[in-house]
Design a protein. Sequence first.
Lengths: 265, 254
Amino acid sequence: MQEAHTKQHHLDVGVGDVGRYVLLPGDPGRSEIIAAYFDNPVLVAHKREYKTYTGTLLGEKVTVTSTGIGCPSTAIAVEELIAVGADTFIRVGTSGGMQPHCHTGDVAILTSAIRDEGTTLHYMPAEFPAVADLDVVLALRTGAQRAGVPAHEGVSQSKDSFYGEVEPHRMPVDGRLLQRWKAWVAGGAICSEMEASTIFVLSSIYRKRAGGVMLIHGEDMGDPELSDADRAAKEALFDVHRAIQTAVEALKVLITQDRVDGRIS
Amino acid sequence: MNEAMVHHLHLRRGDVGRYVLLPGDPGRCEMIASYFDDARLIASNREYTTYTGTLLGEPVSVTSTGIGCPSTAIAMEELIAVGADTFIRVGTSGGMQPEHDPGDLAIVTGAIRDEGTTLHYMPIEFPAVADIAVVAALRQAAQRVGATAHLGISQSKDSFYGQHQPERMPVAQHLIDRWKAWRMGGAICSEMEASAIFVLGSIYRKRTGGVMLIAANQERHEAVRTVVTDLHGVIATAVEALKILIVQDRTQGK
């Protein structure tokens, strides 16, 4: 049993240190940037790649914890956050666009994820879908509208190898990587990132709510016809604050709904 | 080309609406069609029976898929070929969570790909996921109908008797271990077609969802096990969801 005063092994947080609502960036350097959107944020723990700030939104306690890159460290973060009372998770970060209509600066709202990784197989057979919570998805849709950011809803690829995605040709298993990428695109996957599937599968197992919003670095950046000025304009849109604003607005939507539904006293 | 009749469903373009309900049992199509206005039998070949009528003046269809993902994939392929783009699976299922009562509805948000068919389309890691607009319409529809509904994941399996009598199968332990994992993952119902409908919907960029009557629940204590066979609530919910989608599509100019 978890004693109230004990700290979690990796995250170094205890019961009371975090809110029910948690934003999950990958990069610990982004935790402070995200915490600046909260009221009265306080750094509550920083150990390894896990950096946690807690503040409030609409008077409700909210938290940001970085997961580090990849599903192994993310699974630890979700396990330990649940152990200290968190129940609603929104992944927020950057991703590579996978469809021509997903432009640089748009956001991807994840409905589910391709389990192209090894971690969730330690929890569930591969046939089980990594799926986001409907209410979190709908809140992110409203959040993107309020933030004024174009949004696409769909499936993400949660992969274990960054360079296997961006430089598949130099990998010993290049044929397999390219064939699978083609299948994901044909299936309609909208973005590629490295953590969502684990957040979704663990949330199903532990009956928690999860979703994700990813800023897109689109295929449009690779257009050889692109002028320097257009390229600079697109790079300016690749601003993580667009995803953060969407996620923060979504948390406000959920907090308000939870109060109406009597889920917050 | 438009006059060509598809191979198994015996349909041509113009025979079906954009909106299609998908029961498994061909014997249920007539009952479901009775919820439409001006329904008429369009085709019946093998396990595929199709009726088309209207809802709110919009053409809508019901086509049976037969049991299992192999025949369901054929139904999806051929319905898309003749112009359908919105699919709601409707039928019966077994409950998987002890707190769910027979007679409750399961609104399917995603499906466990516990079958062989979708591997002919996509590697196993790809999720079988319903469309958000269809799921939200089904949730609203269940409220309007007054049905108790749960949102969650279904198990789409290939073997009916492997679920109901796993102990007599040569791979008994495998079946039992996996059933336990699906239950721990929060799966709410077990049926045999949703994953194929969802994966093909993703590939062809069509909208899909599903609503299942929890007809029985083998996870309930023996004393509180009952079987519910009244399909009115699940059909009424699917039909109401189609009306919600039709109104939304008109508002959005789709």
